[in-house]
Structure formats: structure tokens, C-alpha cells
Design a protein around this ligand. Sequence first.
Ligand code: SR1
Ligand code: MG
Length: 402
Amino acid sequence: MSRFDTYFLMKTPDVPEYVKEKGYMPGDADLSAKEIGDGNLNYVYRVVDAKTGKSVIVKQAGVALRISAEMKVSTDRNRIESEILQIQWKYAPGLVPQIFGYDTVMSACVMEDLSDHALMRYALMRHETFPRFADDVSTYMVNTLLKTTDVAMEHKAKKDMVKRFINPELCEITEDLVLTEPYNDCNHRNLVFPKNAEFVRRELYGDEKLHLEIAKIKFDFMNNAQALIHGDLHTGSIFVKQDSTRVFDPEFAFYGPMGYDIGNIVANLIFAYDNGKAAGDEKFCAWTLQTIVETLDLFREKFLRVYDECVTDVMARTPGFKEWYLSTIMTDTAAYAGTELIRRTVGMAQVKDVTTIPDEEKRAYAERLNILCAKDYIMNRAAFQRGADYVAAVRRAAEAAK
Ligand code: SR1
Ligand code: MG
């Protein structure tokens, strides 16, 4: 019998014993653990052996979420995350962390320590730039997304994947926090910056044409089982260094629209732009916009090439289909870039890039920019096909938000 035979939420001192007992480190290792989690949901520990310098990460799911004790979500999310990272390692080797093992009893997984990387959100808040990012993230998205669709997979095998990765509780969080509450505050959990209260009432709560488009987008999110998406691809789910990019934390993954992942990248680069703008760092802002352009245009280019290499469905080979399919993905990308921009600006889960802008006027300006750019993306989504289209909307919003 072991005390790890029954689930309990570990505290830091439990973790070294857990790592030894499960055989990830030798019995004579001199281990110390530190909680390093920064997300809204889970507990993450770094465990280091002082004798050898070897280290691993242990991630455990709690029954209640860190962001709110009232929100309870199945600890099965940790299983989903571990299995998906193993699938993604196959499709995008070197672009996700390596998983060493997963424990269904403790809802904990043990993975590669990437402490030599920085969490991308914090690095961007320091206005650091990453020359490999656009190339790496576009490769990650093309390979993990396109290769899990009906275009590439045998259709019964794909349907098995849809079943295996059904993720109703985490999807419900997105359906509520991203695709409902920002437009009506129906659960009274929105966090509206007081200086923009009237602006939010008019532009979000009072805009019925916008509500109709959001309703369409929400039902697309719930019903378009297109690809195995990450489901929460923001810059807090990415580790970076100058020569490496690793995407982690896919616990919101399920079969959904590819544009959700791509749109999240666009929106989170705009949050970095907001932060740079407030600090007057024009060089950094130019990098964020150029990175949006490169990420989207490289995604397009690689998508069209990889499509030909991996297409198996006979009808999907019909001339003109892949270009049409890509155009629907870019349209969805604009829609979900818009919903991410809005929900992180007025919803319950916000981003530090914007909330830490010290000057209240500058923060209010950034938030208006996000909302105006988002509405452009959502209301005119079919017009956003190339990187330059997306950046032109940021520039328009930057003028209109003044
Ligand atoms: C209740 S969880 C809040 C947010 O944190 C996660 O990272 C997701 O983005 C979710 O919407
Ligand atoms: Mg997360």
C-alpha cells in the first residue's frame, strides 16, 4: 500500500516522495520541490536532484480550480493533456514537452523540465523578441491541426479520436467565459475596467448585431469537430527561448475548429503589442505585428504544402477544395482572434500584459483598441485572409481608440 494509491491534492513536501516512489528519480536522490504553477487551474512543481542536477516537472490537477474554488472540473483533464502531448510529440516533435508518465489515480503527469525556457507571456512583457517563433508556431499548428482532420485521417479512426478527446467540462468553461459572458455578464463575473464601463455597455452589451455573430461563432465552436485543437493557445501556454519554442498545457483540447488556436495566437500577440505601446516601445510593437503577419502567412504556405503530402480523402483532392478549406479556416481565425481579444479584456480571466499597464489612461486605451479590433475581426471575418489584413485592423483600431 502506498499513500499515492488514493487521490489527494499534493502539497510541495509530498512531491519528492511521489517522484521517487513512481521511479522518476532514484531512491538515493537528494530532491527538492518548488511550486511554479502560474495558470488558473493546476498545480505545477519543479523537482530537482541536488546530486545530479537532473530535474522533472510534476503537474497535478486539483478538483477545484485555482482561479475560483466554486468552479469544479473533472481531474480527467490531466489524462487528456498527457495523451495529447504524446500525440503532438509524434506530429510536431521538439515543439511540445516530452511526457514521461501519467498517473490516473493522482491525476498527475511527469514531464520534461523546460526551465531553460521562459514563459512567453512574461518574456513579451519584458519586450523580448523571438526570431524563431513564427516559423515554429506555424509548423506546430499545421502539423497538429491538419494531420488530425478528416482530410488526412481515416474517418473511423478520426471519429475514435473525437470520442476519446471529448472534453465537455473544459469546453463549457470556454463556451461560458469566451463565447457568452463577455457579451451580457449573465453570471456577474466580468471584470470591466471602470474607465471604459460606458464604452463596454455600448460596444459589447448593447450591440445586438454583434450578439448574433457571436451566437453563430459559439455554435461553430461547439459543432465543428474539425481537428484536435489545443484549445487554450495563449502565450502563457508557450515556453520560448531564442532557438526553441514549446507549446504545453493542452488540457482544453478537443475536436474543434482550427481557427480557435490560430486566433488565440493572433490575439495574444496583440496583448503584447498593447503592453509595448503603453511603454512607448515602438520597436517591440513592430516585432509583434510582423510576427502576426509571418505566423499567418507561414501557416497558409505550409498548410497548402502539407495538405498535398497528407491528404487521403478522395473528395478532398478535388481542385479548388483545399483553397476553399483554408479560406474558411482563416475566416474562423479572425472570429476567434476577436472573441479572445474581447474575453481577456472584459471577462473573468484577463491577461497581465494589459492589466499591469500602470497608467490608467493607457490601459483604458489598450482595452478600447482590443475591443474595436475584435469587432472588426468578428463582423468582417471573411475579409481576413492574410497576415497583412489582420495587422491593418490593429492599425485602424489604434486610431479609432484614441
Ligand atoms: C476558469 S479557467 C479560466 C481560463 O484559464 C484557462 O487558461 C482558460 O483560458 C480559461 O478560459
Ligand atoms: Mg492553462
